[in-house]
Design a protein around this ligand. Structure first.
Ligand code: B16
Ligand code: MG
Length: 218
């Protein structure tokens, strides 16, 4: 049987942590007099913590010292971790375990490729840590999506060539990152937003095991 590498993004693909990022960023933005909407939160999907705070400050026209910036970053994360600590398996998005277990059952490579520095804690909370052969997250990556670095490292760690990898992603930047190194890109979410993806599904309930078999044998 052929072997492919399947690389999963975390937030928006395996779990919906965007709602917790929203609560933590909103509290923080409001505390320094900046409004923060759900639409703005959408623009932070897949964006690193540092770049997210830079964007929020730019929206509110606020400049900070380096110390203040660092303090706000850790405040936001502390607040966010409060939500993460309450997570459990019930927060895994529908049919993710089904597809993940199917892929593992076919002895395929499986890796995580996320911008989050909290990826390991989140996977641990939802009891999926042992499913991944490699976990590449915000602690190992210096260039953010759409740069393909995160997926490049993930492919290397599972011993696969990029053109034999398939990426599941909910952000356009992530889709562009996958396309940039000739990986097959599968968008999870809205087809109009994820317009550059090779395939788009609303969520994993729309993905069949036949489709996964096709990807493996392509
Ligand atoms: P952290 P992903 C991303 O996760 C989130 O989509 C994004 O909103 C967040 O700012 C980023 O992780 C960094 O997260 O503060 O936990 O390091 O979609 O790349 O899995
Ligand atoms: Mg994501």
């Amino acid at each position: 049987m052929k072997k492919k590498g399947f690389i999963f993004d975390l937030d928006g693909v395996i779990v919906d942590t965007a709602k917790y990022h929203f609560l933590a960023w909103k509290k923080l933005a409001n505390s320094i007099g900046i409004d923060f909407s759900e639409e703005q939160n959408e623009q932070l999907k897949g964006v690193s913590r540092k770049a997210s705070l830079e964007k929020i400050l730019a929206w509110g026209n606020v400049t900070l010292t380096e110390e203040e910036f660092a303090e706000l970053m850790s405040k936001k994360n502390e607040d966010y971790l409060g939500y993460i600590n309450e997570m459990n398996e019930e927060e895994i998005l529908p049919d993710v375990p089904k597809i993940l277990n199917f892929i593992l059952g076919k002895n395929q490579g499986v890796a995580l490729g996320s911008a989050s520095k909290n990826a390991k804690s989140i996977l641990e909370k939802v009891n999926l840590l042992n499913k991944f052969e490699a976990i590449v997250d915000g602690n190992e990556v210096s260039k953010a999506k759409p740069d393909p670095e995160v997926f490049e490292i993930a492919a290397r760690e599972i011993g696969m060539e990029p053109h034999n990898c398939i990426v599941f992603e909910d952000s356009l930047a992530g889709i562009q990152a996958a396309n940039a190194i000739d990986m097959c890109s599968i968008g999870i979410g809205d087809a109009t937003v994820l317009k550059d993806a090779d395939f788009v599904f609303k969520d994993f309930t729309e993905i069949s095991t036949d489709f996964i078999n096709q990807l493996i044998n392509d």
